[in-house]
Design a protein around this ligand. Structure first.
Ligand code: URA
Length: 216
């Protein structure tokens, strides 16, 4: 797929073959819900690998069965993962598989289908967000309005180091985030072509929440 021209100071498109293969299976309209969910969890684990690349390490003394050594271990406060409801929950378990000590927050935003603007209905975040890596997860970066609004909330709660993991991004969403929150890193599996008139990502994969939760 040709990459649309959109710029963001800090976006990573994970072109690893495992991610791309799983994504193609997810795009296929015939892929049933249970497989869609499993693939999403697997991809979220692989995207988390990229998103956490700069987590600090410090050497600790451990004993292997053979000898003592200085071994690098994650250092600093536990990261926070924030699921942007409801579709973010499809990515949450994969993140927790690789960062089991992460604290978890939830932000509930629904999209007003007439205006495509986000409306907040829930927010529960761990305390002490400052100084931790805060990873927000939402499979679809479409208009970017929900993600930007969620990041507004996270920054208001003290988050200083933020990353957004999304499965698919539209150029419109990337541009919105670049304008509203250029400091927030984006990690995605694909930058798709465009949004259609209903705000769906094209070629996309349809409504992520419906496909995850079987509400089609
Ligand atoms: N949300 C979705 O679930 N799918 C899209 O294509 C856009 C927003």
């Amino acid at each position: 797929m040709t990459q649309p021209a959109v710029t963001h100071p800090n976006m990573t498109i994970v072109d690893h073959p495992l991610v791309q293969h799983k994504l193609s299976l997810m795009r296929d309209a015939r892929t049933p819900g249970p497989e869609f969910r499993r693939l999403l969890r697997e991809i979220s684990l692989l995207l988390t690998y990229e998103a956490t690349r700069d987590l600090p390490l410090a050497d600790r003394t451990i004993a292997t069965p053979l000898t003592e050594m200085q071994a690098p271990m994650m250092d600093g406060p536990d990261p926070v993962v924030v699921s942007i409801l409801r579709a973010g929950n499809g990515l949450l378990d994969g993140v927790l598989d690789v960062i089991p000590t992460a604290r978890v927050g939830f932000v509930g935003l629904y999209r007003d289908e007439a205006t495509l603007r986000p409306v907040q209905y829930y927010c529960k975040l761990p305390p002490e967000m400052s100084g931790r890596l805060v990873v927000a997860v939402d499979p679809m970066l479409a208009t970017g309005n929900s993600s930007a609004a969620a990041v507004d909330l996270l920054k208001a709660a003290g988050a200083t180091e933020l990353c957004l993991i999304c499965l698919l991004a539209a150029p419109e969403g990337v541009a919105c985030m670049a304008q509203a929150h250029p400091d927030v890193r984006i990690v995605t599996a694909s930058l798709d072509s465009h949004l259609n008139e209903k705000g769906y990502i094209v070629p996309g994969l349809g409504d992520a929440g419906d496909r995850i939760f079987g509400t089609v």
